[in-house]
Design a protein around this ligand. Structure first.
Ligand SMILES: Cc1ncc(COP(=O)(O)O)c(C=O)c1O
Length: 463
């Protein structure tokens, strides 16, 4: 072997640099640093995971020549395809259709077979990418189903690779670790390692609007997930690789924040990252501002910008989706709240009685009311739920309403586009509007209709 050469490309995984941000978040008392996992040879942090998954499978008897099957948003596939090229496996990858064309082309460039499935179906629907990958895994001979959502070798890869590397690089001299959460492998594995060595370290997850994680961590409730554009983070189910208990805090970001921060990372800091990198940094800046402390924050940046040229780095796509300010579209949820104006947000605390809740519904002529304690949303109660409980006799008029709340709603932010709200309200009756963890409004189908009708002038009746 020539001096200085590596045996093959897989030996180049890891040893990624940590860089201090110079401009983004410069107004915060905190210093923000980023771990550049997008510089891995397969293009993301998933290189560490793929190696660990395949090593474990080979220890369990998997032999080269077999087929690797996986459900992937693209990056795990890319990392497995790279390993497969070196170790002699075939690959079949199943992807949701929202993923960028570049990711599909990348996998096909490595000779992988790619099956594309609809994003907008439930995870247990037979057409979902989770279900299709499971089915292909049972129908294929000599197969290895990588199963990153439920394989303990996923968080283990970060516990044994990413985290010790970060610890060695920094000597543990940081106060908070911020990462986006998809399978949760990164945050669960790294979080465990850091907490074992420094229990006061803050582990902060970043979650896109539309995903389940945020509401569940904040209120213990499973609200209605809906689709969003940022790739690789957020979920509509709970993977067993995600240890939500490791989190000290969770921050929510919307698509526009993710993509504008992704562009800033490239243009202001020279860091050519993908959308989840923008999400993680946008989340870190929010966390830094909210805590207002002098501290060191380390942010995990997963993949590179090349795979998003047709999206985040394409003005036309950004404009079409309303992510550029020169294309305001129909407006945002904030415009609906402004239009509703004087109709203040009506809420009840969880210790108020069913009787009080019914009075509130009657007085304000509304059909559901949010149950809120000190600004924090606990859930909603609607006429129909109260009625059901009274008829069955399970609860009385004096029962506390907190026992009857349901999570039959979606949560959006003031920046959520009306175009997206329309599809959210097609799935659920009501959307809660939250800003900085506080409930600031509620939007129903009729509010949206009112807003759109006012916008297009007074309704005229023909005849
Ligand atoms: C671009 C990108 N960012 C973030 C993540 C989330 O990482 P993890 O699955 O370890 O939570 C993924 C995972 O698919 C990803 O592809």
């Amino acid at each position: 072997m020539m001096h200085g050469a590596l045996e093959d490309i897989t030996k180049a995984v890891g040893h990624t640099p940590i860089i201090k941000l110079r401009k983004i978040g410069a107004d915060c008392p905190a210093e923000i640093y980023v771990k550049c996992e997008f510089l891995n040879p397969g293009g993301s942090h998933k290189d560490r995971l793929a190696a660990n998954l395949l090593n474990r499978a080979e220890e369990g008897g998997l032999k080269p020549g077999g087929t690797i099957v996986e459900a992937t948003s693209g990056n795990t596939g890319a990392s497995l395809a790279l390993l497969a090229a070196i170790r002699g496996y075939k690959c079949i990858f199943v992807m949701p259709d929202k993923m960028s064309q570049e990711k599909i082309a990348h996998l096909r460039a490595f000779g992988a077979k790619v099956v594309v499935c609809p994003t907008a179906v439930e995870p247990d629907d037979p057409r979902s990418y989770y279900s299709v990958s499971k089915r292909l895994a049972t129908e294929t001979e000599n197969v290895f189903f990588a199963n990153q959502y439920h394989n303990p070798a996923n968080p283990e890869a970060h516990y044994t690779s990413s985290a010790p590397e970060i610890w060695e690089q920094t000597r543990g001299e940081f106060d908070a670790f911020v990462a986006g959460m998809g399978t949760g492998g990164t945050i669960s594995g790294c979080g465990k390692y850091f907490k074992e060595r420094k229990p006061e370290m803050q582990i902060v997850g970043v979650d896109p609007v539309g995903s389940l994680y945020y509401d569940f961590v904040k209120s213990g409730r499973i609200t209605k997930p809906f689709s969003y554009k940022v790739e690789g983070i957020g979920e509509d189910f709970f993977p067993t690789t995600m240890n939500l208990k490791i989190l000290d805090d969770i921050v929510r970001v919307d698509d526009k924040e993710c993509f504008l921060t992704t562009r800033d990372l490239t243009r202001l800091e020279g860091l050519f990252v993908g959308g989840s990198g923008g999400a993680a940094v946008a989340g870190a800046v929010k966390y830094a501002r909210a805590s207002g402390k002098k501290q060191r924050i380390l942010v995990f940046l997963c993949d590179a910008g090349h795979k998003y040229m047709s999206k985040i780095f394409n003005d036309e796509w950004m404009r079409e989706n309303g992510f550029l300010d020169d294309a305001p579209g129909i407006g945002t949820v904030s415009d609906i709240l402004t239009a509703k104006g004087s109709r203040n947000l009506v809420t009840v605390p969880s210790d108020s009685s069913v009787r009080t809740a019914i009075d509130t519904l009657k007085t304000h002529g509304i059909s559901q009311v949010p149950v809120v304690d000190s600004g924090t949303l606990r859930g909603i109660v609607a006429e129909i739920h109260l009625l059901r409980h009274l008829i069955t006799g399970v609860k009385t008029l004096d029962s506390p309403v907190g026992d009857l709340v349901v999570s039959d709603y979606a949560t959006v932010t003031p920046n959520t586009k009306i175009e997206l709200l329309q599809s959210v309200l097609a799935e659920t009756k009501v959307a809660m509007v939250e800003d900085k963890g506080q409930l600031i409004g509620i939007v129903t189908k009729i509010d949206l209709i009112d807003f759109l009708a006012q916008r297009s002038g007074p309704l005229s009746v023909a005849g």
